[in-house]
Design a protein around this ligand. Structure first.
Ligand code: ADP
Ligand code: MG
Length: 156
């Protein structure tokens, strides 16, 4: 089963994430993959909206970790610049905590990621169009994908 959609414009990407956020539970983990500008941070802003985060969610590239409070805590990370510091960051407190954990460029730290996770692949296919694919690993995320029903209103 493939979970793929085409998202036209920032608003639709955020709406997609917002709908997905409604289904999230404490401890959920999402790995965001895609090139620079693919929409990982944009997607996370939508998640924040869906979780009822009041602050502006913006890129944690330089801070590595940002924490927000909504219906659940949202831990937003960008590990692009982590390099060899990965062990000193105490990531497990976030990865196995009670919030929703979202990691941009997660594949760079593949060896420390939770085995069960939802991978979100974003690909630029046009100036305003992004292909999004959800890849569930583990029962929790297979169920989540089955439950998630986003009508992207693009006919797919
Ligand atoms: P990343 O975090 O993956 O580097 P960002 O979310 O920071 O990417 O940037 C995505 C860029 O692409 C933004 O400038 C945004 O306006 C633009 N964009 C255009 N169309 C879309 C879309 N459908 N979804 C997400 N971003 C889009
Ligand atoms: Mg980003």
């Amino acid at each position: 089963m493939a979970y793929k959609w085409t998202l036209s414009g920032v608003e639709e990407t955020q709406l997609f994430a917002e709908s997905l956020a409604a289904l999230l539970q404490p401890g959920d983990f999402m790995a965001l993959e895609g090139d620079l500008g693919a929409g990982k941070t944009t997607f996370t802003q939508g998640l924040g909206r869906g979780l009822g985060v009041k602050q502006v969610v913006n890129s944690p590239t330089f801070t590595i970790i940002k924490e927000y409070q909504g219906r659940l805590p949202l831990y937003h990370m960008d590990v692009y610049r982590v390099g060899d510091d990965v062990d000193s960051l105490g990531l497990d407190d976030y990865f196995f905590g009670d919030g929703v954990c979202v990691v941009e460029w997660a594949s760079l730290i593949e060896e420390v990621l939770p085995a069960d996770r939802l991978t979100v692949l974003l690909r630029t296919v046009g100036e305003d169009e992004r292909l999004i694919e959800l890849v569930p690993q583990g029962v929790r995320y297979v169920n989540l994908c089955e439950e998630f029903d986003f009508d992207a209103r693009t006919g797919n």
